[in-house]
Design a protein around this ligand. Structure first.
Ligand SMILES: CC(C)(COP(=O)(O)OP(=O)(O)OC[C@H]1O[C@@H](n2cnc3c(N)ncnc32)[C@H](O)[C@@H]1OP(=O)(O)O)[C@@H](O)C(=O)NCCC(=O)NCCS
Length: 155
């Protein structure tokens, strides 16, 4: 548990792994703020397939601040989705969630973290670059309306 200033008050923030009881709250944020939502069934499968997938959460009491989905294959991790609820954005929570995930993956001896991000998504690209991710390549027209940049961070 750590403390943050949010809207001029101190809030307690908890980092943990999601379980099926969190599904509705995760799905709500996913549908509202994720450009590539894969739906509730997808999220449920990610929680159930805990041998390859983990949904990490940041929360304040009953408020879900955000979530980050990681899949691991052959000790290499991939960020499948990463969303911070709008009212908590741009206050350091995305950075905090990603740092905690990196710590957990290091403990598991994971070797690298890879991800795709829209070229136009400057906020996310700034965050990844600040956290030490390097550009690995580009997937032209990967999205209907944009290219995808591929980033990697070795742990
Ligand atoms: C991308 C996202 C997860 C970042 O979370 P966040 O909590 O808002 O980010 P933080 O407040 O921790 O900011 C971390 C860094 O991101 C960058 N950043 C954040 N807001 C920014 C803004 N409005 N403009 C430019 N860069 C910004 C900065 O580099 C910032 O570091 P700094 O504060 O030291 O300058 C969040 O904006 C989000 O959920 N976006 C919608 C979904 C999405 O695009 N997900 C990424 C998929 S790959």
């Amino acid at each position: 548990m750590s403390q943050y200033i949010w809207r001029k008050r101190i809030i307690n923030v908890k980092f943990r792994k999601a379980n099926l009881d969190d599904l509705n709250r995760i799905s709500k944020i996913d549908e509202l703020f994720s450009k590539n939502t894969m739906g509730k069934c997808f999220l449920e499968n990610e929680i159930r397939n805990s041998d390859i997938s983990t949904i990490y959460l940041l929360e304040n009491k009953n408020d879900l601040i955000g979530f980050l989905i990681i899949r691991i294959n052959d000790m290499k991790a991939e960020i499948v989705n990463f969303v911070i609820d709008l009212k908590f954005q741009n206050k350091g929570f995305g950075s905090k969630l990603l740092s905690n995930v990196i710590k957990d993956l290091k403990i598991k001896s994971v070797k690298s973290i890879k991800l795709d991000v829209r070229k136009k998504n400057i906020i996310a690209r700034n965050l990844y670059e600040k956290k030490g991710f390097e550009r690995l390549g580009i997937n032209k027209s990967y999205y209907l309306d944009d290219d995808a940049l591929i980033y990697i961070r070795y742990l």
